[in-house]
Ligand binder design. Structure first.
Ligand SMILES: O=C(O)c1[nH]c(=O)[nH]c(=O)c1Cl
Length: 312
């Protein structure tokens, strides 16, 4: 049987979805994702109460990516749980994600109690890496706190739960974080969030381009793909195989999807490029990935997942 026929017969499970924060603020945006070719969707990170977020302009697109300092604007976790529970009922064969984030461990526990009370059957993404709430550090860079949060959260929460991590830039930090993560019954880790506190400048006006934090914001897009691939692969090398990896960062073509999977990702999420192109991007990325797989004779993701070669 020809390779092409084999691929046609074993269409791989779609593995592409949105990154939290992009095209997922309200029911309208989430419904558009649900209608698209995306494998699933994740909501904007919900907090205990709804939030307006930082003053605008707080998002800016560049040729190579984006800078954002949204400040966690969201409708509140309850809104997202109500909506996703409804959608989940209509599509039992899809696994939906709800993202949430507290400002301390007590809030994280309250959020997960709210999830449990709502009867949510999907996957929770605990965001440990928002870089844009003035005065709040990125939890993911405080290893002891991450350990304490996961220990506390898993004392009571039995559902499917993953964590959204910031990018790390030090091999010892990969070692230390993996050691902590391997202690817990995590469904997955999502690596990476934006690279925090970058600065993009309008040279003509000699000015920053976003209002919050004197122009400092999280960087996404082409700028961060090498960092994202390194984080995905570093955790792939270190985590128990029971913990899946969602790869996020710098994805705008089928090649980028292929590279994230080659580094060990089981699924990928698209942020900046989705913001630029809209939900039709999922059809394009799926087609481009299929073409690459066909040209290499791969039938399913496991044929190449994590199989990045080193130079011997
Ligand atoms: O400013 C934001 O809302 C934001 N922006 C990001 O780039 N990552 C996050 O996790 C969040 Cl929560």
């Amino acid at each position: 049987v020809s390779t092409a026929t084999k691929i046609a017969q074993k269409k791989f499970d779609n593995c592409i979805m949105n990154a939290s924060g992009v095209w997922c603020y309200d029911e309208k945006e989430l419904s558009a994702l649900d209608k698209s070719e995306a494998a699933s969707f994740v909501t904007k990170s919900g907090t205990l109460e709804s939030r307006k977020g930082n003053p605008k302009p707080r998002y800016f697109e560049t040729d190579l990516g984006s800078i954002n300092s949204m400040g966690l604007p969201n409708q509140g976790l309850e809104y997202y749980l109500n909506f996703v529970n409804k959608v989940q009922e209509q599509n039992p064969n899809k696994n939906y994600f709800v993202s949430c984030t507290g400002f301390n461990v007590q809030e994280d526990v309250l959020l997960l109690e709210e999830v449990k009370k709502s009867g949510f059957k999907g996957i929770v993404e605990l965001n440990l890496s928002c870089p844009n709430v003035p005065g709040k550090p990125q939890t993911g860079y405080d290893f002891e706190t991450v350990d304490m949060i996961l220990q506390t959260v898993f004392e009571n929460y039995e559902g499917l739960l993953g964590v959204k991590l910031p990018p790390y830039f030090d091999i010892v930090h990969f070692d230390q974080m993996a050691k902590i993560l391997n202690k817990y019954p995590l469904t997955y880790i999502n690596s990476v969030n934006s690279i925090g506190n970058g600065l993009y400048i309008d040279e003509e006006q000699e000015k920053v381009v976003i209002k919050p934090k004197n122009g400092f914001g999280g960087i996404g897009g082409d700028y961060i793909k090498p960092t994202a691939l390194a984080n995905v692969h570093a955790f792939y090398q270190r985590l128990d195989s029971r913990i899946q990896i969602i790869g996020t960062g710098g994805i705008k073509t089928g090649r980028d999807v292929f590279e994230h999977i080659l580094c060990g990702a089981s699924m990928v999420q698209v942020g900046t490029a989705l913001m630029k192109e809209g939900p039709s991007i999922f059809r394009r990325l799926t087609r481009e990935l299929e073409a690459i797989m066909r040209s290499k004779g791969y039938e399913k993701l496991s044929d190449f997942k994590g199989k990045l070669k080193y130079m011997n």
